[in-house]
Design a protein around this ligand. Sequence first.
Ligand code: OSB
Ligand code: MG
Length: 368
Amino acid sequence: MKIERINLYHIRMDLRSPFETSFGRIHTRDCILIEGFCDGIVGYGECAADRDPGYSYETSLTAWHILRDFLIPSVLNKDIRNIPEFLKNIQSIRGHPMAKAGLEMVYWDLIGKIENRPIKGLIGGTYEKIKVGVSIGIQETPKQLVDTVNQYLSQGYARIKIKIKPGRDVGDTGAVRKAFPNIMLQVDANSAYTLETAENLLPLDNLDLLLIEQPLSEDDLWDHRQIQKQFKTPICLDESITSPRHARQAIEMEACKIINIKPGRVGGISQAIKIHNIAHTFDIPVWCGGMLETGVGRAANLSLSSLRGFTLPADISATERYYEEDITLQTFHLNQDSTIDVPTGPGLGIEVVPEAIKRATLDTLTIH
Ligand code: OSB
Ligand code: MG
């Protein structure tokens, strides 16, 4: 399989409602859509790096640079038959997992299309529909948060995640728990605390949360271990787990009891599967996180989540939760049982809408 030409699209899409986390509020979401041509077949990938280095050091423009100048030249016009061969070709490039994940996704899509199998089939997934929840940003007031949670519950989401930050943590979470005593509820701090300030979060331990996601810095495995010792509630790591090795070390160190797996953050579906497998051997539950992906990245996340070990509800919501107009023909709907179907078409199982891509594109580049 030789990719002879690649188009990059720097895309910016309007969110239906602003999304606020501990690192800032966004009204739009950037990504890079990667379109690879191979013998008349077209494969797609989404690089989830956003405009700003808030969640991760990668941005749309660092990813653009790494893709254009290093990753794509390492694979273009080379005969690459499978994902291990792809990984071999890019192994000398350090870091930049989101850029790598985006390009790897093109290969997964192409392989699936050539073999006429969905990614779920390629990776040995079993679930046909994925239990999902919704991730809700910080709202103006705790009362507005309760209203927003109520709206999503009435749409059918059975698990709610709320974003927290210092000053908007215990009060907000307590208000939601008081209004909805029985829902599955979890919080995500996106690295906003230190070992010292995390003490303020101790009352969360009495709110029957499924998990507390990433309270401390991404490079702070050891202090997460200290935090986990103080809480009955499972600590779940997101930003800190960027490779299978980190996953193993975090588990061995007892820095967490649950892992959020995002293909983008860990360098692609191949690495996500490895982390899933490592977690499984330690009996650590995993779930698939999200990064407000377009239909392209969402299809990949759903396909990955079909693996057995993904037992907790994913941060994969219906298309209408994110965007007025997506770039895929397929939209993702929430089933009555708070699930979303895994795509069944070849590869990612999606088709793109060229007109929608055009409307969202800030910059394009063809490499051949
Ligand atoms: O920390 O899980 C996160 C979105 C962008 C970046 C980081 C995160 C998130 C979310 C949204 O929580 C999950 C989704 O895609 O619905
Ligand atoms: Mg998170």
